[in-house]
Ligand binder design. Structure first.
Ligand code: ATP
Ligand code: MG
Length: 558
């Protein structure tokens, strides 16, 4: 923790932890965990939970486990386990000991279920699940007790063991807790503890055909690992009485559950189930499509772990749900990349510009600053010649007075080079500009300017014969609607169909020839870019991470 961070006011979870430490609870130990279900790739919402859990363990000299809640074999896989491990490591965290799995506790959970039966706190129910659901009642009306609720301990033990041995088909029986069918908390109305599923599990194979529910596995997994502060999102608040009830019945380690608000982000889906729909439906190229809010997607997009952590800290930890402006995430990445990336010249939509009084056979090397925010980044050589490319948008045939870029008879500076004057231009039959004709002032070289000229505009450029041609992918929001929690129709109706545009004739300076996949740059005046992992040897692909300024938000905000 840096000094500035430790001076910030404590969030409510830190307050609870500091109170516990003061009272010597759990011998002054802080032990948290990040408990993902391996049913998809982690997203930006998970980053909040990761940064919170691992960050608190770091701050208080404690430990943080990585535990997979793998109780739902139909939807889970080891591909997802690996993706989650990769992303936690990428964020810069190390979990305590080995990665853990709820499935490692299946034997213990089975024993505990048996213990509950013996205490007459659980029973086998033959009622079909739909009927159980129908008989649960409503928050204001009590539920109906099952006809099987008062089976004898012996009968329950026999039936439960037969369920385990595969004697019954899926759905024929379940194990339920015997709590209170009249409880105002629906989760206390004899919740389901075990169900029969004849499916293979990615870790335990075919050893089990009954699986504990999330509610029966989660709390006890925390207890087994002696998790002191079990942090989860608000929707689990209503499950807490059940977890505490189980802890009491079994007299096991009393982990304390504390709930916080989920991260919701504008124009963004944070649900693995829906993200899977995008992948399976081919709406994106995969889990790591740079438009995806998955950590693998935003990593490929060029985001840094630092930016994500700073973003999570800025969002803060609250107890009320809200929706975070996506501009805050973009601010965090700009803030980080501004300090760390080198500037280069890149022209996204090139038009040729010829300097008639510059010798055709002359090759000049100019000096360019790599990062004005970081002197130690040094300088590089930038080749200049009589033919260059500039952005098409930097020239207007008939510019208004306030247009400080190029137009007939106007003068601008080429960054790190000379002042040029537009003498003429050429057009094709469709009226498109094909070439701009200029002269330069030899006395106006940057750093040695004796011309006495004052110009308002400075343009980026690349020398035509030295330029590399690359592909650039520009990304926009994946969805058109800001608050996707409030929509009533299918979220797919809200997809932005123009979220990707590909430019295949982008000109960049030659220093980028050997740029490695994952390297990040600021293209002067254009934004931040990263070399994509799928870049070919002949033609590189650059993903635009983010624009330089928040243009989009300004246009769309009321
Ligand atoms: P999803 O709906 O995307 O599947 P989940 O909550 O079911 O999310 P889990 O794998 O169970 O996903 O989540 C692991 C941990 O991350 C949990 O503790 C969960 O509370 C937390 N988490 C999930 N989504 C968010 C979010 N948007 N903001 C903060 N924490 C989250
Ligand atoms: Mg879940």
């Amino acid at each position: 923790m840096s000094d500035t961070e430790s001076k910030e006011p404590l969030n409510f979870i830190e307050q609870i932890i500091e109170e516990d430490l003061k009272n010597g609870k759990h011998g002054g130990v802080v032990h948290t965990r990040f408990p993902p279900e391996p049913n998809g790739y982690p997203h930006i919402g998970h980053a909040k939970s990761i940064v919170l859990n691992f960050g608190l363990a770091e701050k208080y000299g404690g430990k943080c486990n990585l535990r997979f809640d793998d109780t739902n074999p139909e939807k889970e896989s080891s591909e997802y386990v690996e993706a989650i491990k990769r992303d936690v490591e990428w964020l810069g965290y190390e979990w305590h000991g080995n990665a853990l799995f709820a499935s490692d506790y299946f034997d213990r959970l089975y024993e505990w279920a048996t213990e509950l039966i013996k205490k007459e706190k659980a029973y086998v129910d033959d009622t079909p699940v739909e009927q159980i659901r129908a008989e649960r009642g409503t928050p204001t009306e009590p539920g109906k007790e099952s006809a099987y609720r008062n089976r004898s301990v012996e009968e329950n033990l026999t039936l439960f063991s037969e369920m385990k041995d595969g004697k019954y088909p899926d759905g024929a029986k379940i194990l339920r807790a015997k709590v209170d069918m009249a409880s105002p908390n629906m989760h206390m109305r004899d919740p389901i503890l075990y169900r029969i599923r004849h499916v293979e599990h990615h870790r335990t194979g075919n050893s089990w055909c009954i699986y504990p529910t999330y509610d029966f596995a989660h709390g006890q997994s925390d207890s087994l690992e002696e998790i002191t502060h079990s942090l989860c999102t608000l929707e689990f608040e209503v499950h807490r009485p059940l977890y505490n009830w189980i802890i009491e019945q079994l007299e096991i380690f009393p982990s304390r559950q504390i709930e916080f608000a989920r991260l919701n982000l504008g124009y963004t889906i944070v649900s693995k189930r829906k993200l899977l729909q995008l992948v399976e439906g081919g709406y994106v190229s995969g889990w790591d499509d740079p438009r995806m809010p998955t950590l693998s997607g935003i990593r490929r997009r060029g985001y840094t772990p630092n930016a994500i952590k700073n973003f999570i800290h800025k969002v803060g930890i609250a107890r009320r749900d809200s929706i975070t402006d996506v501009a805050l995430l973009e601010y965090s990445i700009r803030e980080d990349l501004n300090k760390t990336t080198n500037r280069v010249m890149g022209v996204l939509d090139p038009v040729k510009l010829t300097i008639t009084n510059y010798p055709e056979d002359r090759d000049e090397e100019l000096t360019a600053i790599n990062n004005p925010e970081d002197e130690s980044a040094g300088t590089r050589k930038l080749p200049f010649s009589n033919e260059i490319f500039i952005e098409r948008a930097d020239f207007m045939e008939d510019p208004p007075r306030k247009f400080f870029r190029l137009g007939p008879g106007r003068e601008v500076r080429l960054k790190y080079a000379y002042i040029i004057k537009c003498e003429d231009f050429k057009k094709d039959g469709d009226g498109n500009i094909t070439e701009i004709i200029c002269t330069y002032d030899p006395d106006s070289k940057s750093g040695q300017d004796t011309s006495g000229k004052k110009v308002k505009g400075t343009l980026s450029w690349v020398s035509a014969k030295h330029a590399e041609t690359v592909e650039v992918r520009l990304y926009d929001r994946l969805f058109k609607t800001e608050n996707l929690n409030e929509i009533e129709d299918d979220f797919l109706n809200h997809l932005n169909t123009d979220s990707l545009s590909t430019l295949d004739n982008v000109k960049v300076e030659p220093s980028l020839k050997n740029a490695q996949a994952g390297s990040r740059f600021q293209f002067e005046r254009q934004g931040y870019f990263v070399v994509d992992q799928d870049s070919g040897d002949t033609k590189k692909i650059f993903n635009r991470t983010v624009t330089l300024r928040d243009n989009w938000a300004k246009q769309s905000r009321k």
